[in-house]
Design a protein around this ligand. Structure first.
Ligand SMILES: *[C@@H]1O[C@H](CO)[C@@H](O)[C@H](O)[C@H]1NC(C)=O
Ligand SMILES: *[C@@H]1O[C@H](CO)[C@@H](O)[C@H](O)[C@H]1NC(C)=O
Ligand SMILES: *[C@@H]1O[C@H](CO)[C@@H](O)[C@H](O)[C@H]1NC(C)=O
Ligand SMILES: *[C@@H]1O[C@H](CO)[C@@H](O)[C@H](O)[C@H]1NC(C)=O
Ligand SMILES: *[C@@H]1O[C@H](CO)[C@@H](O)[C@H](O)[C@H]1NC(C)=O
Length: 386
């Protein structure tokens, strides 16, 4: 994702170039307290568009503009609900299959599927992906270029072989990721254009936990999430003693981010040479915050007249974040490698290349790959990991 952000920003001056994305995340869990067993969320440009969980009865829109889909198709939400609920049991079964494969007997386990597409509206370039994660780690990912599944874990190799022998599945996956997904993405972007294309500037503040902590430059309330944030000294961007945080969603649809600066080796006289810079894609003027001791919000008393209750602020932020994370069902597996490099394949050099044509005959229970329908908003693949 970082690569994308940078590219988008480099293209800042040709303001019309925009990369849009559609992404679905499915989270199935077993024995995770206070969390529904099955949750799906859809996102356009990292904005949540819909939600389903096993405690709800249907897929529901999360943006007002998503209600416009029924103008074209009154059945839209029913169809979505049908697809999603139709796969619920399969996800549960898949967790059981994986527990066996990893020789696990009980405890909390989580299986996630993430798929989607990114579309550059200027070049028309499309990047599609679909990948599974189990208990926070990469399990399987489809490589569109080679039309193979990448299995970073030995426990995934059986599935990789089975799915690669299933030509219908590969064709369906490819068709969805390169065509159907993009068609729907364009439709959604069209409905949500005025909201998705807006820009909102953040409020930026300087925070510090303890007198020896790094100073955190904290921006919240911005939209979209195509931003750059950094510290500057004498006008030069700093790379050392700086820690860049992740862009995180706020519950109101805006985003937040922070960049920390470790000042332990900086003398007080030198502080004024530092400033924090926030740049939002599509907005010319940067927000510049000078490092000024009096502007830093803390929870300890700097001058004796009572400080700012930072602990409370941070606490609230953390709670809100947790809520957002739960609601959005953010991928619990944080893949270290971002972008398109993909996974490190396990040693599968003995993978059958020619292989039997009757792929499904080896599995006792049927592999249900429905005939590609080709125009549903979501992937309808019902794939068993077995
Ligand atoms: C890409 O999106 C921008 C912003 O909505 C728009 O101005 C431009 O016309 C679009 N370009 C194409 C080729 O659709
Ligand atoms: C979902 O419903 C079940 C049973 O109805 C309940 O036990 C559980 O607490 C609910 N979970 C959430 C997250 O609401
Ligand atoms: C800040 O830098 C100093 C050395 O320059 C180091 O000892 C300290 O651990 C750093 N603090 C943080 C929070 O990284
Ligand atoms: C301020 O908050 C931080 C983090 O919550 C805590 O570690 C620190 O002890 C607090 N300082 C005071 C003076 O309360
Ligand atoms: C939803 O289902 C109805 C009836 O099965 C079908 O006519 C319609 O095309 C479907 N909508 C989409 C978006 O596929």
């Amino acid at each position: 994702m970082k690569i994308l952000v940078v590219l988008v920003l480099l293209g800042l001056h040709s303001a019309a170039a925009v990369t849009h994305s559609l992404k679905y995340i499915y989270t199935a869990s077993s024995q995770v307290p206070n969390f529904p067993e099955y949750v799906t969320v859809g996102m356009v440009d990292d904005v949540q568009i819909d939600h389903y969980d096993s405690n709800a009865t249907r897929v529901l829109p999360k943006q007002d503009w998503m209600n416009r889909v029924t103008e074209d198709d009154p059945q839209y939400w029913e169809n979505e609900t049908q697809i999603v609920t139709g796969q619920q049991q399969l996800f549960k079964d898949n967790i059981e299959i994986l527990k066996q494969r990893f020789l696990q007997t009980g405890g909390a386990h989580i299986l996630q599927l993430m798929y989607g597409c990114e579309w550059d509206n200027e070049t028309g370039e499309v990047y599609g992906y679909t990948q599974y994660g189990y208990d926070g780690e990469d399990f399987l990912a489809f490589d569109l270029k080679t039309e193979t599944w990448i299995a970073p874990k030995p426990q995934a190799v059986i599935t990789k072989r089975k799915w690669e022998n299933d030509k219908a599945l590969i064709a369906q996956t490819k068709n969805y990721l390169t065509q159907t997904c993009v068609d729907w993405l364009k439709k959604y972007v069209n409905y949500g254009r005025s909201s998705l294309m807006r820009t909102e500037l953040p409020s930026v503040s300087l925070l510090q936990k303890t007198p020896s902590s790094p100073v955190s430059c904290f921006a919240t309330g911005f939209y979209p999430n195509r931003v750059m944030m950094f510290w500057r000294k004498d006008g030069e961007e700093l790379h050392e003693d700086v820690e860049l945080g992740e862009i995180l969603p706020n519950h109101d649809g805006s985003f937040q981010m922070s960049v920390d600066l470790n000042l332990s080796s900086v003398t007080p006289e030198d502080w004024r040479r530092y400033e924090c810079v926030f740049q939002l894609s599509g907005v010319k003027d940067d927000i510049i915050t000078k490092l000024d001791e009096t502007a830093i919000q803390t929870n300890w008393s700097k001058t004796g007249d009572g400080g700012f209750p930072l602990g409370a602020v941070i606490g609230v932020v953390v709670v809100l974040l947790l809520l957002v994370v739960c609601i959005v069902g953010f991928f619990l597996w944080k893949n270290k490698k971002k972008g398109k490099e993909g996974f490190q394949p396990a040693n599968t050099s003995d993978a059958s290349s020619s292989s039997s044509s009757s792929s499904s005959s080896s599995s006792s229970s049927s592999t249900e790959v429905p005939v590609p329908d080709g125009n549903q908003p979501r992937s309808e693949e019902e794939v068993e990991l077995q």
